[in-house]
Design a protein around this ligand. Structure first.
Ligand code: J2J
Length: 551
């Protein structure tokens, strides 16, 4: 079927055959898998959220109840709902209940606001919007009222917690009431007819692209490709039923959702613990109380934990693995993680579009600290190309293109954009600059667009940042281009100094020159800031930083 019909691009038949034959793709949907997990791990604890502890069997039942409740509202196969929930149990029940109906969740992150949510709702033609009552000092029901008014297709607002006064308008429904109604309906009926006609090759959910340029794209992930993604990631992490996985990043992000995250943990009968916030106090308490063994962080968060651990001396004795990804982890920070948090580090270079790279548990320290891992699957095809599409010499930096059993062939409803980021052969242009080591591991050297053009000289922001971070007075660094009347763009180094640290442009330039940097690589300006802006998942937000610096 063509893109115009469905709004997304399926894998060509030849590849379907290939990935099925090689055992990557199974014949179950994700909610079908939940049923199987409930049979296999029944009484084991699947999910811990606040004071709630939910077994695998109870989770599967809760999903049935909620899906029956959703069906009673008329929600069914092919419907889209924007899911905008913080890390709490309902995130999991909603995700699976939608899948059980053949409905599709659009995985918004808690930090998204009106502009993004309306964009997701319009683009997907969402019939519903699922929110929490309040979280992190924000009332999502107020946002929901604005979204309902602005996007006519949104007929249902489903609220985790108190549906509030808005429920009087008939649009707002509490998830708990809905599940209770669904339960009664289920007990009265003889069979549940939910989820008719779903196939493992259909869309299970839509993820949000992490790109910080342009409007976020929707990423269609199918049941079978996402199931592989989670299962293989769990294997790489050596996950077993004895593991306890802490969701510290927003659950709707690909990393904590399926790499291995929630879905990978469920697949082996492990326990998933939801952290309502990612701050060191909350996270350290949960690690000690629940004996957490594995968690995932973006580098700024990992830095926060490492620094706080130095002060607080938390009990992290249970922790065995800290995955770090989402942005480049600098070597210095990577090395501090094992001694301060008492766990091994795993670098993960992933993307919601698919391709995942992991350092392996048995990789030498040198590789673990300095590379961003190697592809998950044998069938992941990797090309490192120069600007004119030719392969670079081995070990040289180039742009990463990829194709494989869990990498999408096109964004959702983005036919035009797709022609620019997907090759005719189906390869996805990641926009990341990498070099590949002889071992197959990739080192991320920056983003294609994150190159500053100063009068024809190309300055790689990533490269300059790495040099800046080696300076003892610099805690964080982000290099951006600022408009300049003479040279087009000037190179601005924004830095957060270490506590009590002082930095000046002249001294920094001397320092960089002494490290052997070319003159053209030196920053023109230095902006000393107290704090960087962050994206919804916690990466440094360069677009916003640039905007602030321009003012
Ligand atoms: C440098 N850049 C990285 C890394 C991602 C696991 C981990 C991360 C994501 C993710 C993910 C990087 N070093 N280790 O989905 O499952 C940058 C790249 C990439 C983009 C993708 C997962 N890890 N990046 O971050 O879709 O530029 O996914 O293309 O949010 O983040 O962003 P996103």
């Amino acid at each position: 079927q063509g893109e115009a019909d469905e709004g997304w691009v399926r894998w060509p038949a030849e590849f379907v055959q290939r990935y099925q034959d090689a055992g990557y793709w199974g014949d179950q949907t994700l909610d079908g898998l939940l049923r199987e997990w409930a049979r296999r791990f029944g009484p084991a604890t699947a999910l811990v959220s606040g004071a709630e502890r939910i077994s695998y069997a109870a989770l599967d039942e809760a999903v049935d109840d909620l899906s029956a409740g959703l069906a009673s509202l008329g929600i069914g196969p092919g419907d889209h709902l924007v899911v905008h929930l913080p890390n709490r149990a309902e995130f999991v029940t909603v995700l699976f209940a939608l899948m059980r109906l053949g409905a599709i969740g659009v995985m918004a992150l808690p930090a998204h606001r009106r502009v993004e949510i309306e964009h997701f709702a319009r683009l997907s033609g969402a019939v519903g919007y699922v929110v929490a009552d309040r979280h992190g000092g924000f009332d999502y029901r107020e946002l929901a009222r604005e979204v309902v008014d602005a996007v006519p297709s949104v007929r249902h607002v489903l609220v985790a917690g108190d549906p509030g006064p808005g429920s009087g308008r008939g649009v707002f429904t509490g998830l708990a009431e809905l599940a209770a109604a669904g339960r009664s309906a289920r007990l009265a009926a003889t069979s549940g007819a939910a989820g008719v006609g779903r196939e493992p090759g259909d869309i299970a959910l839509l993820l949000i692209s992490g790109g910080t340029t342009g409007k976020p794209k929707l990423i269609p992930r199918t049941h079978r490709d996402y199931a592989y993604n989670a299962r293989a990631s769990a294997q790489v992490c050596g996950l077993t039923a004895d593991d306890v996985y802490l969701v510290a990043l927003p659950a709707a992000h690909n990393f904590p959702l399926a790499c291995p995250g929630i879905l990978g943990a469920f697949g082996v009968g492990a326990t998933v613990v939801m952290a309502s916030a990612s701050s060191p106090d909350v996270v350290f308490d949960l690690i000690a109380r629940e004996r957490v063994t594995v968690t995932a962080a973006v580098p700024p968060l990992a830095r926060l934990w490492v620094e706080a651990a130095g002060w607080e001396g938390p009990d992290t004795t249970s922790l065995r693995l800290v995955q770090v990804g989402g942005a480049k982890l600098d070597e210095g920070l990577a090395q501090r993680i094992p001694p301060t948090l008492g766990a091994r580090v795993q670098q993960v270079f992933g993307m919601a579009e698919g391709l995942l790279n992991f350092t392996r548990l048995d990789d030498p320290d040198e590789i673990v600290f300095t590379s961003q891992g190697r592809p998950l699957a044998e069938a992941d095809e990797i090309r490192v190309l120069d600007g004119s599409g030719r392969p670079v010499a081995p070990g040289q930096v180039g742009e990463l293109w990829t194709r494989g059993p869990y990498t999408i062939r096109g964004y959702y409803r983005a036919a035009e954009h797709n022609t620019t980021v997907f090759g005719a052969d189906g390869f996805f242009r990641t926009g990341d600059l990498v070099r590949q080591l002889p071992t197959g591991h990739l080192v991320v050297e920056g983003r294609v667009k994150d190159v500053i053009n100063r009068g024809g000289e190309n300055v790689s922001a990533g490269e300059l940042e790495e040099h800046l971070l080696t300076h003892p007075a610099i805690a964080l660094a982000a290099v951006v281009g600022l408009p300049d009347p003479d040279v087009g763009e000037s190179v601005c180094a924004a830095v957060v100094p270490v506590a009590g640290g002082a930095v000046r442009l002249k001294e920094i330039k001397n320092y960089l020159r002494d490290r052997g940097l070319a003159r053209f690589m030196l920053p023109d300006r230095l902006a000393v800031v107290g704090e960087f802006p962050y994206t919804a998942v916690g990466k440094i937000d360069k677009r916003e930083l640039r905007r602030r610096l321009e003012q």
